[in-house]
Design a protein. Structure first.
Length: 352
């Protein structure tokens, strides 16, 4: 509401010249100022250094005018175009999903004040919409969790030898889909929780390489079914952070490599320490990422390859991104020259 009020107040202000008029007057003033100042400098130099009289007066005035005008124009352009740079940076942050950004509205130009206030109002409305959407999804997901667990539990009890083959198939499908829905709800609740955190909690010191090995073993059923080979080289690294959250990072990235690798493919995993950072890479032998997928890879609910839609819910990499941001780390993805994709995670080893 405060941003809307300030926007209306700025719109109501009628005092002050327009931006175009101010710029025109500034350029005119610079021209006049540079000519008169140059004339004065040339006259002063003629008195102090008489031997310079062999240089044409008009040439001297032109040289000094050009120098003075260049300096003055530089100063004026900074005053007029710095707000545009600020606006461009603010728009970039909003495009990246940061709706908390606000721009300064104290410019002496009425047009700039209106543009900045309009941007702030837009960012505020987007932020309010994002909060409303997150709260709604979180609340609905929480309400879903109990009945989903009940359905899953009763379906498990139904799986007995007394069922015929068709009934057993139906029970398995119900159980499969309730597990998918349960995983989706759990991921939404986790993402909602960590999106409202600004610092890491529940830190402990543990072996990062051992945790990654546990993650690989936890995915054994998936990579055994596809007969994948693992090429693993990991250094022994002690890491301090949220152990439970970091396990989600390894599970999702390694799980993606297993999911998109072809039958009988190879997954290469590397973990090493580089100065004060942990560097973790996973390479698969899959089809790689399209340009569109690279743009939206870490967006919530985005799934670039719809052929694997039933195997995920589009929240895994969004979780990875948020967890690593919380831990002051980063994640990136790139296509390999010979085919496949490489995910790279970096994390600072010494965190406050």
């Amino acid at each position: 509401m405060k941003t809307k009020e300030s926007f209306r107040a700025i719109q109501a202000q009628k005092k002050g010249l327009s931006l175009r008029t101010r710029l025109t007057l500034s350029i005119g003033a610079v021209i006049l100022f540079s000519i008169f100042l140059s004339w004065g400098i040339v006259a002063l130099l003629d008195r102090i250094f008489p031997f310079l009289t062999h240089i044409p007066t008009l040439l001297q005035i032109n040289l000094f005018s050009f120098t003075i005008a260049t300096i003055a124009t530089r100063i004026i352009s900074k005053l007029f175009f710095d707000p545009i740079q600020d606006l461009r940076e603010g728009m970039r942050k909003v495009a990246d999903g940061d709706f908390q950004v606000r721009l300064d509205t104290t410019s002496s130009s009425k047009e700039i004040r209106e543009v900045m206030a309009g941007f702030n109002m837009m960012a505020q409305e987007l932020n309010a919409t994002e909060i409303l959407q997150s709260d709604f999804v979180s609340n609905v997901s929480h309400e879903f969790k109990t009945p989903i667990n009940a359905i899953e539990g009763y379906t498990t009890l139904l799986q007995s030898d007394e069922l015929n083959e068709e009934q057993r198939e139906y029970a398995e499908k119900i159980l499969f889909n309730t597990k998918r829905l349960s995983t989706l709800v759990g991921n939404i609740l986790l993402l909602s929780r960590i999106e409202n955190q600004s610092i890491q909690t529940q830190k402990s010191t543990f072996r990062a390489d051992e945790q990654i090995r546990q993650s690989i073993l936890g995915l054994e059923a998936a990579w055994t079914e596809k007969e994948l080979e693992f090429d693993v080289e990991m250094e022994e690294i002690l890491f301090t952070g949220n152990e439970a959250l970091l396990r989600h990072v390894w599970d999702n990235i390694i799980g993606n490599a297993v999911k998109f690798s072809p039958h009988g493919g190879i997954v290469a995993i590397r973990l090493k320490q580089e100065e004060t950072c942990l560097r973790f890479t996973v390479e698969d032998s899959g089809p790689g990422l399209s340009k569109e997928a690279q743009k939206h890879l870490f967006d919530k609910f985005y799934q670039g390859d719809t052929s694997h839609k039933q195997e995920g819910n589009g929240l895994g990499l969004a979780l990875v991104k948020r967890i690593l941001t919380l831990a002051k780390g980063s994640v990136s993805a790139e296509n390999l020259t010979g085919g496949g994709c490489r995910f790279t995670v970096t994390l600072p080893l010494f965190q406050q």
